[in-house]
Structure formats: structure tokens, C-alpha cells
Design a protein around this ligand. Structure first.
Ligand code: ZN
Length: 364
């Protein structure tokens, strides 16, 4: 079926808070400019983006069983496509990357909902904040939904978030599996960094900080076992995805491991669990399952979401066996307090290092 024509929404720029529309300084494959979003029960969508990001918004009317859609395109590549169930007038909210290096937030309404696009305006309220009021939307049954911290980097109406900094206490590698010293080279990729904090969870815990602390300790442990480690970042700086992959491919590494923490809507704290992704080959699958097993061991009660095939850029484009581990949900009732705890992050590091060493023991 041919889809109904879509039309751009009016991008309204507030006079006093001029938004430099041409300041789209993000490189094509930078991290997504979308940092946080929320749709309130009042039918107002709020966004936080990188400062000066160039947004484009579109409207497509309902067409038969297809409800009306409003979508907003952002520069920078989304880390992971996802779909969230809506409520009331909203059928679903999806985050995707229509083209490499871009991010699209789609709000799909139920087929019975009609909206007047002339009343829809995406308004910049400051260089990094936006509002879209779904004027005339019947908000009955609409529950607030969103991801990330809308208030970050401004005066917060919420309690200040927990800030995690890398541990300085040396970590003890005794008890870890042995591998021949000097034989292996492993790339450790702490997900996100810089302007891209990754997921933001309960009490404002940021994925970028959690995974950096874990990754630095994994590196220490592997080095103590005579494995040469190359980190894609060692501080809170942004590295675009292609350079991460280029680093990995250039150094002739034996394995590549990207370390992340998961997130879902804040309204779903019951979702917890561990999952590890690989792209396609059997060696990557083996690396992923070694890591998954070890992380599960230190995460009692957290569901096993499995070793799964995934199309994340960093594991798809690396030439050596590679895996991406999601160490728990920053939005999960069970996982979030753990990820915020230094003691648990140490256990995670020991687990991931053990999984990598177990894998290396099988490399011929
Ligand atoms: Zn991540």
C-alpha cells in the first residue's frame, strides 16, 4: 500500500533563544544528537539534544489501519533501534536509524486519532531543548513515557544524580584463568562517552560512567594476565563509531569486546537482565557466550536474556571475533542499584575478564 504523503512540520525558533540552525557541526557518524525525550500525560513531547543540533520534524496523516505519525530526525547515529509500546492515543514510539549516521524518533498514534498538522509545532526553547505540544490530542489513558534525563546539564528539578568515577583501587587478578603471556591483543570498547552519555538510569546513573569504570578494570585484569589491551577510550571522551572499529581492525586484535549497560523506559523497572550480542561468526558467538556466562554468575536474580545476534555497528564492522555485552538495565529495579555500586562493577570486571580469558584459552 502506498503510504500517505508526509509533510514537514513547522520548526519554530523562539526569538529570544535563537537556535543556530546551521550549526549542525556533528560529523555524519557521530553519536545521536538526541539525548533524552519524554511524552507527558498532557500530550507534550519534550526533547533534549546536543546544543545547536538541527532537527527536522514530519507529519503523516492516518491511512486506513495505519495511524497518523509524527517523526523527528536528528543528526548522529542512534546506538540501538527500539520500539516502546504506547498508551491512550499513542500506539507506539519507535527509535530508529533511517539511514546510517542518523536518528529518528517516531510517534505513531492509534488509527482513530486525527491530528491537525497546522497546530503542530516543534519549538526550540533553548539551544538544547525542544517542545512539541500535540494540540487537540485526546490524552485520556496517556501515561508518561520517556528515556534519558531531560533536565541534565541545567538546574535540575530532580535530585542530583549519582556520579560515578573510575575506581583507583588496584584490582587483584589472582584466580583468573591463565593464557600464554604476550600472545594476545584485545580491544576493550567502553560504550559511549563525551556528548553521548548512553543510557541514563535510575538516580541519573550514566551508562558512559558505569562502562568506563568496568572497562578500565577489565583492562587492568587482562594486562595482569599478559594480554595486551587497547582501549578505544580511557576517559569520558567521545569516539565516533567508525574510529572505534578502525582502531580494532588496525591493531590486529584477537578479540574486540564492547561494554554497555542497557535501558528501557523508566516506567518499566521490572525489566532487568543480562544479554550479550555478536554479529554472525561462530568464534564471536563463543566469545559472547563465555562473557554472558560469567556476567550472569555475578548477577544473581537478573534474568538471562541470552546470547543473541545483533547488528550493532561496532561488532558488525570489526574484522576479529567481537561481542557486545549489556551488563544490566540502568532502569531496572534489580540491576540499577547494582550498576551504581563500585563493588558490583568490580565483580562485573572480573566476570568479563574471566569470560575473555576463557575464550582466549580456546584460541589456537
Ligand atoms: Zn550502550
Amino acid at each position: 500500500m502506498a503510504s500517505a504523503p508526509s509533510r514537514p512540520l513547522i520548526l519554530l525558533v523562539v526569538g529570544a533563544l535563537q537556535i543556530p540552525l546551521v550549526l549542525a557541526a556533528l560529523p555524519a557518524r557521530a553519536a545521536s544528537a538526541l539525548a533524552a525525550w519524554a511524552l507527558g500525560s498532557d500530550g507534550v513531547l519534550q526533547l533534549r539534544t546536543s546544543r545547536g543540533a538541527r532537527l527536522e520534524a514530519f507529519f503523516q496523516p492516518a491511512d486506513g489501519a495505519q495511524g497518523a505519525k509524527v517523526w523527528i530526525d536528528f543528526p548522529g547515529e542512534l546506538s540501538r533501534s527500539r520500539s516502546l509500546r504506547g498508551s491512550g492515543p499513542v500506539r507506539a514510539i519507535r527509535l530508529g536509524k533511517p539511514t546510517p549516521g542518523s536518528t529518528r524518533l517516531v510517534i505513531e498514534f492509534k488509527p482513530s486519532i486525527s491530528l491537525n498538522p497546522n497546530q503542530l509545532k516543534l519549538i526550540g526553547t533553548s539551544p538544547d531543548r525542544w517542545k512539541l505540544n500535540f494540540e487537540g490530542l485526546p490524552t485520556r489513558g496517556l501515561r508518561p513515557i520517556g528515556e534519558g534525563d531531560l533536565t541534565a546539564s541545567t538546574l535540575s528539578r530532580w535530585a542530583p544524580g549519582i556520579r560515578i568515577t573510575p575506581t583507583r583501587t588496584p584490582i587483584n587478578a589472582s584466580g583468573l584463568p591463565n593464557v600464554p603471556r604476550g600472545r594476545f591483543r584485545v580491544v576493550i570498547d567502553p560504550g559511549h562517552g563525551g556528548p553521548d552519555p548512553g543510557a541514563i538510569g535510575i538516580r541519573g546513573v550514566r551508562e558512559t560512567d558505569v562502562v568506563l569504570d568496568v572497562s578500565l578494570q577489565v583492562a587492568q585484569l587482562l594486562e595482569a594476565r599478559g594480554v595486551q589491551v587497547i582501549m578505544t577510550r580511557t576517559a569520558d571522551v567521545d569516539v565516533d563509531l567508525p574510529p572505534r572499529v578502525a582502531i580494532a581492525n588496525r591493531v590486529g586484535a584477537t578479540a574486540f569486546v564492547s561494554i554497555h549497560a542497557n535501558a528501557i523506559s523508566m516506567s518499566r523497572p521490572q525489566v532487568n537482565g543480562i544479554e550479550t550480542f555478536y554479529f554472525s561468526d561462530s568464534r564471536s558467538a563463543r566469545l559472547a557466550s563465555h562473557i554472558q556466562q560469567q556476567v550472569l554468575n555475578v548477577s544473581p536474580g537478573s534474568p538471562n536474556r541470552g546470547v543473541r545476534r545483533g547488528r550493532f555497528f561496532v561488532i558488525r564492522r570489526t574484522t576479529m571475533p567481537s561481542a557486545l555485552v549489556e551488563t544490566g538495565f540502568l532502569t531496572g529495579r534489580l540491576d540499577a542499584p547494582r550498576l551504581a555500586s563500585a563493588a558490583h562493577r568490580r565483580k562485573l570486571a572480573l566476570a568479563i575478564a574471566t569470560g575473555i580469558l576463557n575464550y582466549l584459552q580456546g584460541v589456537r
